[in-house]
Design a protein around this ligand. Structure first.
Ligand code: NAD
Length: 355
């Protein structure tokens, strides 16, 4: 066995159907008495309901989070938090809402309590992002890791089928890349396999039956594990491709991840044989040659759009992305080969199977 380093994330996790009803008690247990609830405009109503439940410990509602944390939105939120007499940010929402709370935490060192309502996994990481002049930069800081995370699968029932499916596959991408990470370790690999199995079995059920609570539970469980994977080990070629698709071409985050994952794992199918054999087993296919196709078929069954051109990638996109990825690569268990990558991205552009 290879030597490894493992560091657990210091997050208090509360998980359960209906758990968000205990938010006030949990906040008080942690000593928070002046709480600012943060949401997107679309989840303002849910935020208002939560604020009401918090009664006297709620210091206000800030429903202004938007995708990718634009710098002007972040600056206004930081000023608002500084001027308010608060001791905690309570983020109710997906990666965009938690992302805004993270910038407030970065600048003010206020603690975050997160109630995630998608499967993106930001709540389990020290990673933050900020977008200025269409350029998204990311960084890591321990202050942005939420102190407490409350998973209530009931809240995810309101997430539409398409967003649920893509967000779930976004989570699966974190788990998949953790399997062949440069700093992979046995604990995280166990979590990754468990996450992939939980997502693979739950997503097809919940896209057909949005309120199926056992499927929602399993998906939240898988997403939690995937979030730990993302927060614990480095990501590889797939995340590099998706950061380029999002950062340069402004493609929607979760959809870009969902579509591209099939091609990234096909590219890496023979790179880390142990990892890919485990992935094949988790995806229930007989060999690592089939992992890309298995993810492609899973996307198909979930009703996810299959072609990058259908979510906004221009015709020259595949060649541009392949070049940018090869010019400033992340770690990957195999070399970056422009021609092979460009060929696969052309298939992803058209929505053809990876092989
Ligand atoms: P999102 O937070 O943008 O949410 C998508 C939409 O769904 C929003 O309009 C939101 O209001 C709505 N929504 C969320 N939950 C809902 C629910 N339960 N019911 C009804 N509507 C709901 O999407 P996301 O994919 O969770 O987050 C994407 C962002 O998160 C990106 O900017 C990405 O870069 C970032 N991210 C960061 C990390 C990290 O570790 N820092 C990890 C993953 C994603």
């Amino acid at each position: 066995m290879q030597e490894f380093h493992y560091k657990a994330l210091p997050v208090d996790v509360h998980f359960g159907v209906g758990k968000s009803a205990e938010t006030k008690d949990i906040l008080l247990q942690h000593g928070y008495h002046k709480v600012l609830v943060i949401t997107t405009p679309g989840q303002e109503e849910a935020g208002r309901k939560l604020a009401k439940e918090l009664q006297e410990i709620c210091a206000g509602l800030y429903p202004h989070a938007v995708m990718h944390v634009p710098v002007d939105v972040a600056n206004k939120a930081v000023e608002f938090a500084k001027e308010s007499d608060i001791d905690c940010c309570l983020a109710l929402g997906g990666g965009s809402t938690i992302g805004l709370a993270k910038i407030i935490a970065l600048k003010t060192h206020l603690p975050i309590v997160a109630i995630p309502t998608t499967y993106a996994g930001s709540e389990m990481t020290t990673i933050y992002g900020l977008t200025k002049n269409n350029l998204k930069t990311t960084g890591k800081d321990s202050h942005v890791l939420p102190k407490v995370v409350i998973y209530d699968p009931k809240l995810n029932q309101a997430l539409p089928a398409k967003i649920s499916a893509c967000s779930g596959m976004n989570a699966m991408a974190h788990a998949v890349e953790a399997l062949y990470a440069k700093d992979k370790n046995p604990i995280i690999s166990l979590m990754a396999i468990e996450s992939i199995k939980a997502l693979k079995s739950s997503l097809p059920v919940l896209v057909k039956e949005l309120t199926n609570i056992s499927a929602r539970q399993k998906a939240s469980y898988g997403a939690w594990l995937a979030g730990i994977c993302l927060g614990s080990v480095g990501m590889a070629i797939h995340h590099k491709i998706c950061h380029t698709l999002g950062g340069t071409f402004n493609l929607p985050h979760a959809q870009a991840h969902a579509i591209t994952l099939a091609y990234s794992v096909h590219y890496n199918r023979n790179a880390d044989i142990e990892a890919m054999d485990r992935l094949a087993e988790a995806l229930d296919v007989s060999s690592r040659e089939e992992v890309g196709l298995a993810i492609y078929r899973l996307n198909q069954s979930l009703g996810i759009e299959l072609a990058l051109k259908d979510i906004g990638l221009p015709e020259e996109g595949p060649a541009d992305v392949a070049r940018m990825v090869c010019d400033s690569p992340y770690y990957n268990p195999r070399e970056y080969n422009y021609d092979e990558l460009e060929g696969l991205l052309q298939r992803a552009y058209k929505g053809l199977p990876p092989a």
